[in-house]
Design a protein around this ligand. Structure first.
Ligand SMILES: *Cc1c(COP(=O)(O)O)cnc(C)c1O
Length: 379
């Protein structure tokens, strides 16, 4: 098997989906899978088959969701810059709900729906100004962020909603960020949603969506293989005070697929400078951009030397002409040599979906493993 490649453990994916459903079902919650985390068709078919809805952030994601088994009535569509064709397509496909992010977008949706002679179901995305306490590049719910509208703007729309004949205003949407590990943040979100709902008197509306953002353990992925769905939904249930008739929706991406994927890459060269050992591998930031983009940490193992003691630290770097093309600095590894196979853990979310062909490199292929055991390629 030619490296680099992504490997997906479908047994772990199924276990994760089952755990999420089991916890969400306790409270009657609905989960939409955020396609942007990973749109690999094999994964999408499993996730749609398990009964999840879809959360899309582009027209093409809606197309791919429909093609891979998601039902229109379970698809929701967010995004701060939807084009006219995307809005048109979403309305024509009768998806469940468009998450509208500004007053102007609301008017555009009304015009497009009118032109199509259809009714568009809309939820207003409100920026609740709740700090997700995560990396600043993946924080979306602060008032300086570009996402959503203020409660004041939502109030203006709600008060004039009956003017808009081609819009069915179904409720509110929130999404404050990603890789959130601290349940206190979700408590704060729930409390802020309560305040906003009181203020907007929106509890009679049928739909309430709290977005995604539940984090995974990048440091110890083999110990914490499944995200804390129990704590997450329990926290929301404990603090959220929804209307009696409201259905509660979530949009989970990373927590559903993050741990089931790994990136396999081979060491091309090693070299030592005065201050560092480098392991130069055949995968680059075009295959996994999270460390370069967010300073993200991924666990890296040398599986060719699995029985050997960890004796040195290496900077594990890719071949691309960028200093940020580095998967990990000062990573503890056994004595590592040319030809060794390294595995970068927790690459199921925002790895393959963010891949590019920068430097005209091939995008890695994906392989699937149904047994839950590592499928180790031969040298
Ligand atoms: C990215 C995104 C999500 C999913 O976030 P995760 O952290 O992967 O769970 C959900 N909703 C919206 C609107 C998003 O943009």
């Amino acid at each position: 098997m030619q490296t680099p490649f992504y490997q997906y453990d479908l047994a772990l994916l199924n276990d994760t989906l089952n755990a999420a459903v089991a916890q969400a079902t306790r409270y009657g919650y609905t989960i939409h899978y955020a396609l942007k985390a990973n749109a690999n068709p094999a994964l999408l078919k499993i996730i749609s088959g398990a009964g999840f809805g879809a959360d899309c952030v582009s027209g093409n994601e809606i197309k791919v969701a429909l093609k891979n088994g998601f039902k229109p009535q379970g698809i929701v569509f967010a995004g701060v810059g939807k084009t006219d064709w995307e809005i048109e397509y979403a309305i024509e496909q009768n998806i469940q709900c468009i998450h509208c992010e500004s007053v102007q977008e609301f008017q555009v949706i009304e015009q497009i729906a009118q032109k199509l002679n259809k009714t568009a179901s809309i939820a207003l995305r409100i920026n609740p100004n709740v700090d997700a306490n995560t990396h600043k590049s993946i924080t979306t719910g602060l008032k300086e962020n570009k996402f959503g509208m203020s409660a004041e703007e939502a109030s203006l729309i709600l008060n004039s909603a009956n003017k808009y004949k081609n819009i069915n205003l179904v409720g509110l949407h929130f999404h404050i960020g990603s890789q959130i590990m601290n349940m206190e943040v979700f408590k704060n979100l729930a409390l802020e949603v309560n305040r906003i709902q009181e203020r907007l008197q929106s509890k009679a509306l049928p739909y309430l969506n709290l977005g995604g953002g539940l984090g995974i353990d990048y440091i110890n992925p083999s110990i914490n293989r499944i995200a804390d769905f129990e704590g997450y939904f329990k926290t929301i249930n404990q603090w959220l005070n929804p209307g009696k008739e409201q259905t509660i929706h979530f949009e989970l991406g990373r927590s559903l697929v993050g741990q089931c994927g790994q990136l396999y890459t081979r060491v091309l060269y090693t070299k030592t400078t005065k201050s560092r050992n480098f392991a130069i591998v055949d995968a680059g930031m075009n295959a996994l951009i999270r460390p370069a983009l967010y300073g993200a940490i991924h666990r890296i193992e040398n599986i060719s030397k699995i029985e050997y003691p960890t004796i040195a630290t290496y900077d594990v770097v890719g071949p691309i002409c960028e200093t940020t093309d580095c998967f990990g600095e000062q990573v503890n590894l056994p004595n590592t040599e040319r030809g060794d196979l390294l595995v970068v853990h927790s690459c199921g979310a925002y790895a393959e979906s963010m891949a590019s062909d920068y430097n005209l490199r091939e995008r890695p292929k994906s392989v699937f493993n149904h047994s839950g055991l590592a499928l180790l390629p031969k040298h």
